[in-house]
Design a binder for this molecule. Structure first.
Ligand SMILES: [Zn+2]
Length: 98
């Protein structure tokens, strides 16, 4: 394997490790808001899914996040479509809130 490929895979792995933590934070925030507002969780997930590019594998999503070169983009598995999305910057800020 070429060194460039190894370097890309290492960066993808870092993105994926971070993604698990971030997704848990986002899920927790969504649950909290669902409880507060009485909105349907599935509908909220569906809205979050729609209009987002879906990737068949976490690796592809990770590579896409890298290529966009936008700090803070994370990969997460979508509970609605079971594919992988990148967080928007809005969602990232959402997760960072205490
Ligand atoms: Zn989705």
């Amino acid at each position: 394997m070429a060194d460039d490929d190894k370097e890309l895979l290492k960066r993808v792995a870092r993105v994926l490790r971070q993604a698990a933590d971030d997704f848990n934070a986002i899920a927790g925030e969504v649950e909290r808001r669902v409880g507060a507002n009485g909105i349907d969780a599935r509908a909220a997930m569906e809205r979050s899914c729609q209009g987002k590019r879906a990737y068949a594998t976490a690796e592809r999503a990770g590579a896409a996040a890298e290529s966009r070169n936008v700090p803070g983009l994370r990969v997460y598995e979508c509970p609605f479509c079971r594919q992988f999305h990148l967080t928007s910057r809005t969602l990232d800020a959402f997760a960072a809130r205490p």
